[in-house]
Write a protein that binds this ligand. Structure first.
Ligand SMILES: Cc1ncc(COP(=O)(O)O)c(C=O)c1O
Length: 407
């Protein structure tokens, strides 16, 4: 009988290209630091919604437990896809997105963003590139690396009001580009892409043939009820792009309806692309649990709780900014629930000392970005998530202001 050897198991070498996740970096940064024992620690580093889940969503989930007795189809139920299509039509004035070919329910946008790159990238073409905004949601980069592509970055900086300068990347990069991630409203900047910018990106996609993955998971957190954030499908329709060519949006209930644990979202857009993605997902095995599908239908069909959610964020932002703005150059974002605040010195030092002296944890901006075009556009900024209660956010803002004044 052959003796067992000590050979290492063979694993995908691309796993070694993955970066340490920002929260792990933060835990190392704060690991040896004792927060001020006189103060209650307040976590502002993570973008996890903490407003209560609406009762009617919980009830719908509990009332649907019989659904556990069957395997769900990968494409989700017709009723869920119709609820999503109806929401898209109402929200973006789309007038008839097809629930059968232009919508797929997903288990939160994160898994879908990751899986999408695996399904889209053709590694047999020379040196595939995936373009990511910078700073960015870290899944885009990991998805690109595991799909055997290389990420290229488009910096989003305050000097240009966070707008993308597509001219930053040369034609040689665009020619190898197979997928472009954009995030609007952006994490962490809150930047919302206007129609003109979509037009430029669509023109590039028409020229070079890449697919656009538009991450819109913060679309429902905006501050002016009369001006909802515009979306990518809406921009495509307004620009007369029949059938959303090479465009897929990623949306989610996590932030909209305060159900991050439910893992429910959808993708919508180009039916040819989605047909391939559905095929991929059939093998990937990621159909949505039936009770969660039922609760998602209830959530997509109600707007009152979403307006109330926005009201709470609006109140929090105005309370926090009233405390911070007289002392610090920090602004209300276009949308989403982050303050992207400049720091007087290194962002990592700021985060560490703030934790030590005021027991408030925030995320260093440099952890969310990569050195590109000669800078790390996250340097000297911290991301502050206003997800806790208004009372806690006010307390945290006061401590941040006092700490800032002491520097
Ligand atoms: C920019 C961005 N996209 C996607 C997600 C994933 O959200 P979910 O998987 O809950 O839909 C997050 C979560 O924080 C995010 O910040």
């Amino acid at each position: 009988m052959a003796r067992p050897t000590r050979q290492k198991p063979s694993v995908n070498p691309n796993l070694d290209r993955l970066q340490t996740y920002p929260f792990q970096k933060l835990s190392t940064l704060l690991g040896g630091v004792t927060p001020n024992p006189r103060l209650r620690p307040i976590a502002m580093y993570i973008g996890e919604p903490r407003h209560p889940t609406p009762e009617f969503i919980k009830r719908s989930l509990a009332d649907s437990l019989d659904g556990l007795a069957s395997y769900p189809p990968t494409h989700g139920s017709r009723e869920l896809r119709a609820a999503i299509a109806g929401w898209l039509d109402r929200r973006y004035g789309l007038d008839g997105i097809d629930p059968d070919t232009e919508v797929i329910p997903v288990n939160g946008s994160r898994e879908a963003l990751f899986a999408f790159a695996q399904a889209m990238i053709d590694p047999s073409r020379p040196s595939p590139v995936v373009i990511c905004p910078n700073p960015f949601y870290q899944i885009y980069e990991g998805a690109a690396l595991l799909a055997q592509a290389s990420p290229a970055f488009l910096n989003s900086v305050p000097e240009h009001n966070y707008a993308f300068d597509f001219g930053q990347l040369p034609p040689a990069i665009w020619e190898r580009t197979q997928l472009v991630f954009v995030c609007s409203p952006g994490n962490p900047t809150g930047y919302v892409m206007p129609r003109m910018e979509w037009q430029k990106l669509f023109d590039l996609s028409d020229r070079y043939g890449f697919v656009i993955a538009a991450d819109e998971c913060y679309s429902e957190i905006y501050f002016d009820e009369a001006n909802p954030t515009p979306g990518a499908l809406q921009a495509a329709r307004e620009l007369g792009r029949e059938g959303y060519p090479r465009l897929v949006v990623f949306s989610s209930l996590s932030k909209r309806s305060n159900v991050p644990g439910m893992r429910s979202g959808f993708v919508a857009g180009d039916r040819n692309v989605l047909k391939k993605f559905l095929l991929y997902r059939t093998y990937h095995g990621c159909a949505m649990c039936p009770p969660i599908q039922q609760a998602s239908i209830a959530a997509w069909n109600d707007e009152a709780h979403v307006a109330e959610n926005r009201r709470i964020y609006r109140d929090k932002f105005s309370a926090a900014l009233a405390i911070l703005q007289p002392a610090i150059d920090v602004h209300l974002p276009d949308a989403a629930f982050y303050l992207w605040m400049p720091t007087p010195g290194a962002d990592t030092d700021f985060a560490q000392q703030l934790y030590r002296e005021q027991a408030v944890s925030v995320l260093p901006g440099s952890y969310l970005a990569r050195e590109s075009h000669g800078i790390n556009p996250g340097s000297n900024r911290v991301r502050i998530a206003l997800v806790a209660s208004t009372e806690e956010c006010v307390e945290a803002a006061t401590r941040i202001r006092d700490f800032h004044a002491s520097l």
